[in-house]
Design a protein around this ligand. Structure first.
Ligand code: SF4
Ligand code: SF4
Length: 201
């Protein structure tokens, strides 16, 4: 069931009443259920609840929401909520964009299980399972983001949809990451911040 979930944050009261009213009206007019939750953190603490990709959540910390309620959860920061963003969120539920299957594949013959890709990706695409790094949420990968492949020390990450031979596995031999690819920690943080802003807008 398509649903808009809005956390009114009992502790910090982060949503003005007029915006809340607007959200309820916009969702209801579009035939979507709007659920007002007084404290989503409390529900997260009790565990068990998961959202699917038919739910759009407005809450404080988008990454924490995904970690608590599932990486598939569509989420936007409530502190940046506006009428326009509510309309966008509702539209994304009514007319979901077709997924472009852009995602990483790990070449097991090269991977050295260092875990850098999993530490780097902020969208939960990777996880460690049975002592090995695996792609567990391919659909959470951001289209055209090849960032983790650039920091992989074994050049083991392939993006089949990429046009670049270095990324799509067309090169027969492993290519060591160039100095350009070995971006500094600061640059990587900046990059991830940009991706986050892009996603939330
Ligand atoms: S960064 Fe590369 S080598 Fe390290 S775990 Fe990920 S895929 Fe394997
Ligand atoms: S390409 Fe970007 S979003 Fe996709 S898995 Fe790598 S770091 Fe995560």
């Amino acid at each position: 069931m398509k649903k808009l979930v809005i956390c009114t944050c009992r502790t910090y009261h982060r949503i003005p009443q007029n915006i809340l009213n607007e959200a309820v009206k916009t969702a209801t007019d579009a035939g979507i259920t709007c659920e007002i939750v007084p404290d989503l953190c409390r529900e997260g603490a009790s565990g068990g609840k998961k959202f699917d990709d038919e739910t759009f959540v407005f809450a404080c910390q988008t990454r924490a929401v995904k970690a608590m309620f599932g990486q598939e959860t569509n989420c936007m920061d409530i502190r940046e909520i506006s009428e326009e963003k509510i309309q966008k969120a509702v539209k994304s539920l009514v007319e979901p964009e077709e997924w472009i299957p852009w995602f990483p594949v790990i070449d097991e013959t090269r991977c050295i299980q260092c875990g850098k890709c999993a530490d780097f990706c902020m969208f939960g695409v990777y996880a460690k399972e049975d002592g090995r790094i695996r792609v567990v949420h391919p659909a959470s990968c951001k289209t055209d983001c090849p960032a983790c492949s650039r920091i992989c020390p074994a050049n083991a990450i392939i993006f089949p949809k990429s046009n670049e031979a270095r990324l799509n596995g067309a090169l027969p031999e492993a290519v060591k990451p160039s100095s350009e690819d070995q971006t500094s920690f600061r640059e990587r943080l900046e990059y991830r911040k940009k991706v986050r802003l892009f996603r939330e807008n």
